[in-house]
Design a protein around this ligand. Structure first.
Ligand code: ADP
Length: 259
């Protein structure tokens, strides 16, 4: 079993509101097909679909006013639309994808997943489907609702489904010594041990400007999977052939997380 998380930076253009990266979505669907049938779960991020609305209505921090109810549903609907683009592309390519809405079966408690029954997802993969989930607006037992990141969801699914590998596809080659988008001389870290990553968390800025999300959030979430013995790789899903390559076990450049 493998879990493939496709970042919002991959499936959308983060610089324009509601802008899908149609080219990347189509290409990645072909790459998943080319990698051959396999027990695979795909989770994608929200990028410019989910985040602007979630921000406008401040959904992540939970309920403060009834006005947010519309915002919650709008955020979810935006993700449903993005998910439809991803699932349609997979179907067009010939991959038996099946959309599964996280908000319909996951409840968080203070923003962390509390209730998640992975039986349906498991059954889909057992039957040969590729379930496709996404970061979503979900109900929260303390805050009424919140935003569940695709990263948190992908890690939890990998744990519950006892996946052998968890693959993060992002818009950079992996984890660098500094944010490669800001620091041109940053170097790719091919093997990142969690101990070192924790050191970077302390330094904070050294791993990037985006503290909650971004690469630091991803590595922090992924730690639980690494500790459970799951192979975790971070690769560049915007580079043609990389996702197919990592799925089929070819040597591709990227970061491997180590305990
Ligand atoms: P996604 O939304 O695709 O899941 P994010 O945008 O959350 O991905 O995280 C990837 C981004 O993290 C990169 O585009 C990069 O700008 C940023 N980043 C910050 N620090 C680093 C770092 N040390 N190495 C790599 N990327 C980093």
């Amino acid at each position: 079993m493998e879990v493939l998380k496709l970042g919002g930076s991959v499936v959308t253009d983060k610089n324009r509101a509601m802008a899908p990266n149609t080219e990347a979505i189509h290409r990645l669907a072909e790459e998943v097909l080319a990698a051959g049938p396999r027990p695979l779960v795909i989770v994608h991020g929200g990028g410019s679909y989910g985040h602007p609305l979630a921000k406008e209505y401040d959904i992540a921090s939970g309920y403060t006013s009834s006005r947010q109810l519309l915002g919650f549903s709008r955020t979810h609907q935006a993700m449903v639309r993005l998910n439809a683009l991803v699932v349609d592309s997979l179907l067009d390519a010939g991959v038996p994808a099946a959309s599964v809405a996280p908000s319909s079966f996951i409840v968080t408690e203070d923003r962390r997943i509390a209730d998640l029954n992975a039986t349906v997802v498991k059954r889909y993969t057992d039957s040969g489907f590729v379930p496709v989930l996404y970061g979503d607006a979900v109900l929260d037992s303390e805050r009424k609702f919140t935003i569940l990141s695709g990263d948190q969801l992908a890690v939890r699914l990998a744990l519950d489904l006892e996946a052998g590998r968890l693959l993060f596809g992002v818009d950079v080659d992996g984890v660098f010594t500094a944010n490669p988008k800001l620091v041109p001389e940053a170097r790719l870290i091919e093997e990142l041990s969690l101990a070192n990553a924790r050191g970077m968390v302390k330094i904070g800025e050294s791993l990037g400007t985006d503290v909650t999300g971004g690469m630091l959030g991803k590595v922090t979430e992924a730690a639980a999977a690494v500790e459970a013995g799951i192979e975790v790789r971070i690769v560049n899903a915007l580079k043609p052939g990389v996702v197919r390559g990592v799925l089929t076990g070819e040597k591709v450049s990227g970061t491997r997380l180590r305990p």
